[in-house]
Ligand binder design. Structure first.
Ligand code: SAM
Length: 433
């Protein structure tokens, strides 16, 4: 074992150190939470056909032993999100009653964002950012699968983003890049990377990100800070220094079984039947002196072919149509113009190719448009399997684009012409069942 880590665990877990080290020999736990934005909890549980056990940390999170949960029908339908159970706990603490603008500074692959949106008001807007463009693309895929559409996905430097959103956010989520000690059972190679200088480097980055979080918050706004490590420098020390640096930030103490040395913060580890999660909730004073950025709304566009497509296919009256980087987006609330580095503005509607409009998969997966699709084709089990495999379907339906559903949950879309439903399920998602 890495000697630095061994010494650290003595400081973290004290008389429980040997119990902790024993726990490292057990396999890691696996979890998921239910996407209640898409369906009622009981209805999702009815569709789950593999063993799972409710976690005691959160009403919607479960343990499972499935060897490939990404290849289950409930996952295809976006009814669950795989994530270890302790990672679902932080989202249950912020007070979301008045929260309108949520900013997730380090959002990829999207678990914390989705978890918060599951609990927030439908009309709230989330800005999900990740500095890695590649990882931000995974947020897009996950949001698409889970049907999330009240979001802007960005890939920007957090200094630039906090400058654009200065003094605006009701809630900032900072699930920071960290040394990942809580992931050691899943990725044992992490242990080899642990050194004091590596941890210090990460603590510096977290400090910079915490500064950006402060700048982004409006007075009275909340900050949820989390890591999946046990390191004092990245956890307890970070909290202590933050409160010293920003006297207008207060810690909102959380009552929860915890291995943290800082009262009111939470640290969970394999001794709690989880992997690893540290978190702390802060609030900016409502009279904190704050500068405000001038946010402008993105300018909507009119495009006859696209507008006609919307009218013919969706039963909605008011919407904002946006054009960004050659792609059409739609939102039912006005969205901010965040300049460059945007991967998605609300619902990715589709693209014009020559004089024809081709809709996107995201358009047909949106939770916000549930009940608004004019043409819907609900599949039986055999057809659902064929659809996921990418096959065409024979039907007697009139020619249209159709939202394709299974048990009334959206899978995607198809284009029917002369009795053949052309399969529009994205090629990258198709699989043999
Ligand atoms: N919150 C995510 C979730 O629940 O799925 C997990 C976030 S992960 C712990 C940390 C993320 O921070 C990584 O995706 C990484 O690319 C991103 N990151 C690292 N440095 C960053 C920076 N300077 N600004 C923004 N994101 C950063």
């Amino acid at each position: 074992m890495n000697d630095y880590f061994y010494q650290q665990t003595k400081a973290y877990f004290k008389e429980k150190q040997s119990d902790y080290l024993e726990k490292l020999k057990e396999p890691c736990t696996q979890g998921f939470f239910l996407n209640t934005l898409k369906a009622k909890k009981e209805d999702i549980l009815d569709l789950i056909d593999f063993p799972c056990k409710k976690s005691s940390y959160d009403n919607n999170s479960y343990y499972h032993d499935h060897s490939n949960i990404g290849k289950t029908i409930v996952n295809d339908l976006g009814l669950i999100y795989p994530q270890e159970v302790a990672a679902s706990l932080p989202a249950s603490y912020p007070d979301l009653a008045e929260v309108k603008l949520i900013v997730d500074l380090c959002a990829a692959p999207g678990g914390k964002s989705i978890d918060i949106l599951n609990r927030a008001k439908e009309e709230s807007l989330l800005i999900a950012n990740d500095i890695s463009h590649e990882r931000a693309l995974v947020i897009s895929q996950n949001f698409e699968r889970l049907g999330i559409s009240n979001a802007i996905i960005t890939s920007k430097d957090t200094d630039r983003l906090s400058e654009q959103l200065e003094g605006q956010a009701d809630l900032v989520i900072l699930d920071a890049p960290c040394s990942g000690e809580g992931m050691i059972r899943k990725y044992p190679e992490i242990m080899d990377m642990l050194t004091e200088s590596y941890t210090k480097e990460l603590a510096e980055l977290q400090k910079k990100l915490l500064d950006a979080a402060y700048r982004t918050l409006k007075p009275g706004g909340q900050l949820l800070y989390s890591t999946c490590t046990y390191s004092f420098l990245e956890d307890e020390e970070q909290v202590k220094n933050y409160l010293e640096r920003y006297p207008t930030m207060k810690l909102i103490p959380i009552k929860q079984e915890s291995y943290s040395d800082y009262p009111g913060t939470v640290k969970l580890c394999p001794l709690n039947e989880t992997e690893g999660q540290f978190f702390a909730l802060f609030q900016k004073d409502s009279d904190a002196e704050t500068s405000y950025s001038r946010l402008h709304n993105l300018k909507p566009v009119k495009q006859k072919t696209v507008d006609t497509f919307i009218q013919e296919n969706l039963d909605i009256r008011e919407y904002y149509l946006y054009l960004y980087n050659g792609h059409y987006y739609m939102s039912q609330i006005p969205l901010y113009d965040l300049d460059n580095g945007i991967l998605r503005y609300g619902i990715y509607l589709g693209d014009m190719t020559k004089d024809r409009f081709e809709p996107s998969h995201h358009l047909y997966r949106s939770n916000l448009l549930k009940g608004c699709y004019r043409h819907v084709y609900d599949l039986n089990e055999e057809e659902m399997r064929s659809y996921l495999e990418g096959r065409e379907l024979k039907t007697e339906l009139p020619d249209h684009y159709y939202q394709i559903t299974y048990k009334d949950y959206s899978l995607g879309y198809g284009k029917c012409a002369k009795g053949i439903m052309k399969n529009k399920y994205p090629k990258g998602l198709r699989r043999m069942l």
